[in-house]
Write a new protein. Structure first.
Length: 109
């Protein structure tokens, strides 16, 4: 199969980034590269997804944000199990993660 990553049939000129052992797909190439860099450094798909999402909040702020919804399908090879995450909707009113995590005695705010 002959595949030319530089061939652009449309005027948008968005170039394809190719890797042999991993893939990151986003609407913004800089965010895809951030996730791909994590994979190159030995990170897993979840690490890459977090880096990609964080980068998207900067390079595409009108479409993404720190408090955005989150959806994921993750295959854990050692468990041979597919996990689904639906992180949409509001957070519980009395959530304690922030107070427990960020306001511990060693935290600086």
């Amino acid at each position: 199969m002959n595949f030319n990553t530089l061939y652009q049939p449309y005027s948008s000129n968005r170039y394809t980034h190719v890797a042999s052992k991993g893939m990151v797909a986003t609407s913004q190439p800089l965010a895809a590269n951030a996730g791909l860099d994590i994979l190159k450094k030995g990170g897993n798909a979840v690490d890459a997804a977090i880096a990609t999402a964080a980068c998207l909040t900067v390079v595409e702020p009108t479409s993404n944000g720190i408090g955005s919804d989150s959806f994921a399908l993750v295959w854990i090879k050692k468990d041979k199990q597919l996990y689904g995450l639906n992180g949409s909707g509001r957070a519980p009113k009395e959530i304690t993660f922030y107070s427990d995590f960020f306001w511990c005695s060693t935290a600086t705010v």
